[in-house]
Ligand binder design. Structure first.
Ligand SMILES: [Zn+2]
Length: 885
């Protein structure tokens, strides 16, 4: 009998932040790598250490020990340390697809400075895996994945073939007991042999060859003396051949023959906890994450790439914003299964990234406005698809408004003048920092004149920003004149025309293009009628009946939309868990409905429903106790010529230990749902695989939209949903989780997950008490293009006000992309790069008009050239670099 080879891979699993803050864990990280470097340098029998598949640990260390960089580089170049490939070990469901790719690219780029990254798609601790991961890995040049959580019961060996929807496949090494099966090995050879014998027995049915012994776990230090004890163990017996090695060397010996093939996402809880409840804890974090990603991916990058000169492309600022977003995508960061210090840091990073992205996007829009030849408002479309939509803008109020626009507010002009003394003028000028007076009023001109009595100042105000108005000079001029004539009287005259804020429908705007604003005629105007306590919104295409008693609304005759169902949750940050004596609150105590906009362009009503929610779940009785009165406001909006109903629900959460969901009736019973996952739409049934250790709760994340039973719901941020009201094998309702409030990072003895999944630490922030919770979503029946719906709802058309004087014509487009969804449009080294994906089961032709370029992989290596268009396989992802500007 030949000896079984035992491949020991020393490593650590480094959650950058979790039950302690980033800085806390970093202190330990510095100690770890301070120990590791000399250990590897002096002990050749300790041949290798894996730095957890993520470059962040290297950067976090070198920030403190810059002098150690050369030594670490030398060890990496010699193959003694493996680094990357990721920048961080992300959560795959809660980050956007683009964030996952940038994470990999950051890891590859940073790893290049250390002789290259580990050639393995290492995914040890993620809470399940997305369907397209095998394709992303192949596009990144990887053939191997290493996974633990989410693997279904169909996998019975320690390796399987994992296939993405496009057919791309990787060999997936399955860690049957996780990434720490070889943690804390005994320092005694006999004990080591016994321990490994137990390890082999534990997973014997899975083994196809060697035993992979992952020598490390969460934040564990390397074990000095490992080389010695392994050599002694080899001398002692012949059953096992111990070898300290690297993951790539172990995988190189693995067979790919006869492996089970698993297609698509891995979300089974059959063998390891899926921890599916992280999607719905700290909904504020998930929402801020999505807002930051959208601002970066859909506004800052494309608008900067198309409407600013290539030489002014803000690479560095965008990289800073991306770094924050990528760091936040770490599985314990965006998952918010963390202490409050960590969640605060995550929210701050998202705020920083979003501020940078929004500022860059606004600068690009201004750059566009300045380039227009003709003055006036223009409508700009930051998406690839040509579309119409509503815009709000401020226009001069000359004459009555036309039938096609809806006036939201009016402001009469400010003619006339006021007389001020010198001190008041100095105070006012001191407060004036620039040409902006209000949201939509900008100083266009300042004229200053000396008169017999004093000084006359005339200020002309317009509705758009006018560059180059010499405000600072004018202020200085006034100060100088006041200095010369300290007792003079100052007359300030404002020259501001009357304006109105309107909302109107625009004609079609080309993809990545613009047109001068013109209100389009309305064929199906929106109207409002009030009948007793009920309100009806109708545009001839769709009808909404708001019920003044229940606070819900009917959609084309089917009632019950927007029903808020509140129930107890004695779970933790990882899992929902109903208390033993649950009570459900789904009826408000009082309801008022107020019409806030009456059409014809847009009709809106606000439902204010007052509920009495219990305060918390009593630990011993497990009943919900106490009470709070809470007003939940829901705005329901209908637009002219549009079948989509937009809804925003918001409230300040007063209670703990509860889960709030909004119920949305399906149009017909459904056996499955279809939800957005990065780079594809996945189909999910009504059940999920689980086990005694974790109930297979069929709640799942949707990234932007979910469809079931002819109803499509587009929503802001990743949302948790579940198909409920199940009878037989069909469901009748889609429940979206608005909030899940628990006070524990992890807990023992829960109904749905008896054993803890992390430290049992109370975390006040997880209760979300006193926090404003906002859920924005839109409903469409029989929607044939949910990606279009999501863009219309989440990425509105932009308005740019121009003073003219540029060279750009009044309509046009900077780039044509047809035939696929665009994931990224940005510049890499000055060159336009576009990433698209085909979410459909048929091949598509992706066309770029007359543009040509190269298809590249995720490392930027050229694959093949194209002229104008190319074929993209079903569910394929492709990245192109375009020639020319
Ligand atoms: Zn982890």
């Amino acid at each position: 009998m030949t000896a079984r080879r035992i491949a020991i891979v020393p490593h650590t699993h480094w959650d950058r932040e979790w039950y302690k803050s980033y800085q806390d864990f970093r202190l330990a990280l510095v100690e770890l790598i301070d120990t590791l470097i000399p250990l590897l340098e002096r002990d050749a029998s300790y041949p290798h250490f894996m730095l957890d598949g993520q470059m962040a640990v290297v950067d976090d260390y070198l920030e403190v020990r810059p002098e150690a960089e050369e030594r670490l580089r030398a060890l990496a170049a010699a193959g003694r340390v493996s680094v990357g490939p990721w920048y961080i070990l992300m959560d795959e469901f809660l980050a956007s697809g683009e964030t996952i790719i940038r994470n990999l690219q950051m890891g590859l780029e940073r790893g290049a400075a250390f002789g290259g990254v580990m050639d393995v798609g290492y995914l040890p601790d993620m809470f399940g895996h997305i369907a397209q991961m095998p394709q992303l890995l192949r596009l990144g040049g990887f053939r191997d994945a290493v996974v633990w959580r989410g693997v279904p019961s169909a996998v019975t060996k320690n390796a399987f073939t994992w296939e993405a929807p496009d057919g791309s496949a990787v060999r997936a090494e399955y860690l049957p007991v996780g990434y720490g099966n070889g943690a804390a090995l005994p320092d005694d050879a006999k004990a080591l042999v016994r321990r490994i014998s137990d390890n082999v027995d534990e997973v014997a049915e899975f083994l196809t060859g060697d035993l992979l012994c992952m020598n490390g776990s969460d934040h564990l230090m390397p074990q000095p003396g490992l080389g010695r004890v392994v050599a002694e163990a080899n001398d002692l017996q012949d059953d096992y051949l111990f070898e300290v090695t690297s993951l790539p060397r172990y995988l190189a010996r693995g067979t790919s023959d006869g492996l089970t093939t698993v297609q698509g996402e891995l979300r089974s809880g059959y063998r390891a906890n899926m921890l599916m409840g992280v999607t719905s804890n700290r909904v504020d974090v998930k929402r801020q994450g999505a807002l930051a990603e959208r601002e970066l991916e859909r506004r800052a990058e494309p608008l900067s790439a198309l409407f600013r000169p290539a030489t002014e492309y803000p690479d560095r600022l965008l990289a800073l914003a991306w770094r924050e977003v990528v760091r936040n995508s770490a599985h314990d960061s965006i998952c918010a299964c963390s202490v409050d210090d960590v969640v605060d840091a995550v929210l701050h990073r998202y705020a920083e990234a979003r501020t940078i992205a929004a500022g860059l996007a606004d600068r690009a829009v201004k750059s566009f406005a300045r380039s227009l030849a003709i003055p006036g408002p223009s409508v700009l479309n930051a998406s690839a698809r040509s579309r119409d939509g509503l815009v709000e803008l401020v226009v001069p109020a000359d004459g009555p408004a036309t039938d096609d626009v809806q006036v939201l507010s009016e402001r009469s002009g400010v003619p006339g003048s006021m007389v001020l003394d010198a001190d008041t003028v100095r105070t006012v000028l001191g407060m004036m920092q620039g040409p902006r007076i209000s949201d939509d009023a900008w100083i266009h001109d300042v004229r200053i004149e000396d008169t017999e009595e004093g000084i006359d100042i005339t200020i002309a105000v317009g509705t758009e920003e006018k560059p180059g108005v010499p405000i600072a000079e004018a202020k200085q001029d006034v100060y100088t004149r006041l200095g010369a004539r300290p007792d003079s009287v100052i007359r300030v005259a404002m020259d501001q025309p009357s304006t109105r804020r309107i909302v109107a429908r625009t004609a079609e705007v080309p993809g990545y293009g613009w047109t001068a604003f013109e209100a389009a005629p309305l064929s199906s105007p929106a109207s409002v009628t009030e009948e007793g306590t009920s309100v009806v919104l109708d545009n001839g295409l769709v009808r909404v009946d708001i019920d003044g008693k229940t606070g819900t609304f009917g959609l084309d005759g089917i009632p019950g939309y927007g029903r808020l169902v509140d129930e107890g949750d004695l779970g933790d940050s990882y899992n929902y868990s109903p208390p033993r004596q649950d009570s459900v609150i789904d009826t408000p105590e009082a309801v008022t409905v107020q019409v806030t906009e009456r059409g014809p362009v847009r009709a809106r009503a606000r439902i204010t429903a007052t509920y009495v929610w219990p305060d918390h779940v009593d630990g011993s009785s497990q009943a919900r106790v106490g009470e709070h009165r809470v007003d939940v406001e829901t705005d329901v909006e209908m637009r002219a010529d549009d079948r989509v109903i937009r809804v925003t629900t918001t409230f300040v959460n007063p209670s703990g230990d509860h889960r709030l969901r909004v119920h949305l009736p399906l149009r017909e019973p459904a056996t499955h749902s279809r939800a957005v996952s990065p780079f594809t739409v996945v189909t999910r049934g009504l059940t999920a695989e689980g086990r005694a250790d974790e109930f297979g709760l069929p709640t799942a994340p949707a990234n932007r939209f979910v469809t079931a039973g002819r109803l499509t719901v587009a929503h802001e941020g990743v949302c948790e949903y579940e198909l409920v009201d199940v009878e037989g094998d069909t469901a009748r309702t889609l429940a979206l989780t608005v909030l899940r409030a628990t006070g524990m990072l992890s807990r023992l003895g829960m109904a749905y997950r008896p054993f803890p999944a992390g430290p049992m630490t109370p975390v006040e922030g997880l209760q979300m008490r006193g926090k404003r919770v906002t859920l924005r979503y839109a409903l469409a029946v029989d929607c044939d293009d949910p990606y279009r719906l999501a863009d219309d709802v989440l990425l509105p058309l932009e308005v740019a006000s121009s003073l003219g004087g540029g060279t750009r014509p009044s309509a046009g487009s900077e780039l044509t992309v047809h035939g696929a969804e665009v994931s990224a449009l940005h510049r890499v080294g000055g060159v336009l790069e576009v990433r698209v994906f085909n979410p459909h089961p048929e091949p598509t032709t992706v066309s770029f008009g007359d543009r040509s370029g190269w298809l590249v992989d995720l490392r930027g290596y050229p694959l093949e050239p194209f002229e104008g268009s190319f074929e993209l396989r079903p569910f394929g992802i492709a990245t192109m670099r375009l020639h020319g500007e």
